[in-house]
Design a protein around this ligand. Structure first.
Ligand SMILES: Cc1ncc(COP(=O)(O)O)c(C=O)c1O
Length: 483
């Protein structure tokens, strides 16, 4: 192929550089456990180390990778380290990474079915595969005749915003989409627990209901929404002339992995015509295993169900599955048809245009990340990983119970263990800082019952019993050291 004047990397150059890149990534991943887990750089140091202008002429892949080694890697927190116990796992399994590479390599835009039919139809099939793998209701799948189906969003935050907008339009008969939202009379109100993720508050802001119309419902001792408190607030709002329209049910809260009681909340919400959204961002993955499907109790009430394969399951970020019992509300809330997007396939009514299921127009071929993950690892492998992580968390919980300096701060939930120092918040905080500063492991904190708590989330793809045992030895030593 002739080299174009502007093309300073031809396909042979690309092939050579690409092999170098794949090797670099494999080496990085092999040694991810050897870096200090949390980045230790000073603010501005990475920025300052980069030249102030882009190069005029091409540079070699070796020169670029040398800078990755010396500038970028020290500025990373190593999410792929087996000593990662912070926030949530961001597993990007190599099998999925290959699909991500292909997605970028194909470089297609799947905004409309007609702009790449395979992009849409592989995605539809992957959503169906995933729904089956998790044991979700038939109504969420495309391969049964009905109004439901699934879509890949970038994140759980986008998914809940899209659903809140759809629910808003459903509650106002589409008027809010056309005329704007009038909150002065019969204001729309939404419900979520005080332990739910901040994306709920952001969605309430962005969809126009305002955070003062988002009710944060009290939780019980397991940090799950109290159905009686939800019912009381709902009835008080109805009595005051408000219009309840949306409730979020979290299955696996961010702080401690609490599970809101979907059967009770869902039943009451549906009686009053609320949209029931389920946020199972990290812990939804556990439903791959039959024994953890208790979380699906009450799922018949859910209008939308969302989880992030890009957390625990191994799909490279970004990859968030959203299923809807009926897709029409979302599509009518999102759909705008300018002339330049008109095409015969859309006009035929026989295809899905996923641009109408999300906020942006453009979309990439994300489904390849799932396809390659399922085909490269298999469901059996994914289930084995989930079971092993839950087993490791169960072991950690037992060790914790036997350690007099530490106490459990919440019931263990699947792969999440929360604890604190018996000497109080200052000691717990000092322990957390010492452990993270050591570079040996990463942990994050939360607040439960007004107390500072360390949460240990076991879910990194390569974390084994050896890593958890070593982490525990370090935690015990840190607990002793702060006394
Ligand atoms: C329960 C829960 N919901 C939503 C989110 C937001 O996820 P995302 O980054 O995909 O928006 C998180 C992230 O930690 C979460 O824990």
């Amino acid at each position: 192929m002739a080299r174009l004047p502007h093309d300073r990397m031809d396909l042979d150059d690309y092939r050579r550089a690409g092999h170098r890149m794949v090797d670099w990534i494999a080496e990085y991943r092999g040694g991810a456990g050897e870096h200090p887990v949390m980045a230790r750089v000073e603010p501005g140091s990475v920025f300052d180390a980069l030249p102030s202008e882009a190069p005029e002429d091409p540079e070699t892949i070796d020169a670029i990778l040398a800078d990755v080694d010396s500038i970028v890697v020290p500025g990373l927190s190593h999410w792929q380290s087996p000593n990662w116990f912070a926030y949530f796992p961001a597993n990007a399994a190599e099998a999925s990474l290959l699909g991500d590479m292909l997605s970028t390599g194909l470089g297609v835009q799947g905004m409309l079915w007609s702009t790449s039919p395979a992009c849409t139809e592989v995605e539809m099939r992957m959503l169906d595969w995933t729904a089956r793998a998790l044991g979700l209701p038939d109504a969420f799948r495309f391969d049964v005749d009905g109004p439901g189906g699934g879509v890949l969003q970038d994140t759980a935050s986008s998914a809940v915003l899209a659903c809140m907008i759809a629910a808003r339009d459903r509650a106002t008969g589409g008027r809010s989409g056309t005329h704007g939202l009038d909150q002065s009379t019969a204001p729309l109100v939404a419900y979520t627990s005080s332990q739910s993720h901040s994306s709920l508050e952001k969605a309430a802001r962005l969809c126009g209901i305002g955070t003062d119309h988002l009710r944060l419902i009290e939780v019980d001792e397991a940090f799950a929404m109290r159905p009686d408190a939800f019912a009381a607030r709902l009835h008080a709002d109805l009595d005051a002339g408000a219009k309840p329209f949306f409730v979020n049910v979290t299955l696996g809260t961010t702080a401690s992995g609490g599970f809101d009681p979907l059967p009770e909340i869902g039943r009451l919400a549906r009686e009053h015509g609320l949209w029931v959204h389920v946020d199972a961002a990290m812990m939804g993955t556990a439903a791959l295993c039959e024994e953890f499907r208790g979380m699906h109790a009450g799922i018949e009430h859910a209008d939308s169900w969302n989880f992030n394969p890009h957390k625990w399951m191994g799909a490279a970020f970004d990859c968030s599955c959203l299923w809807l019992r009926e897709t029409e509300s979302l599509v009518s809330a999102m759909s705008i048809m300018p002339e330049y997007l008109r095409n015969r396939a859309t006009d035929s009514g026989r295809v899905i245009d996923y641009r109408d299921w999300q906020i942006p127009l453009g979309r990439r071929f994300r489904a390849l990340k799932l396809w390659f993950l399922y085909r490269g690892i298999g469901l059996a492998g994914l289930r084995t990983m989930v079971r092993e992580h839950v087993r490791l968390a169960t072991e950690l919980e037992a060790w914790l119970d036997a350690e007099p300096r530490l106490e459990s701060a919440a019931p263990r939930s699947l792969n999440m263990v929360c604890f604190r120092h018996v000497a109080g918040d200052d000691a717990t905080r000092a322990m957390l800082h010492a452990l993270n500063d050591s570079g040996d492991m990463s942990l994050t904190h939360c607040e439960l019952d007004g107390r500072f708590v360390i949460r240990c989330c076991i879910g990194q793809w390569r974390t084994t019993m050896e890593h958890v045992r070593t982490a525990w030895d370090r935690i015990r030593l840190a607990a002793r050291a702060v006394e």
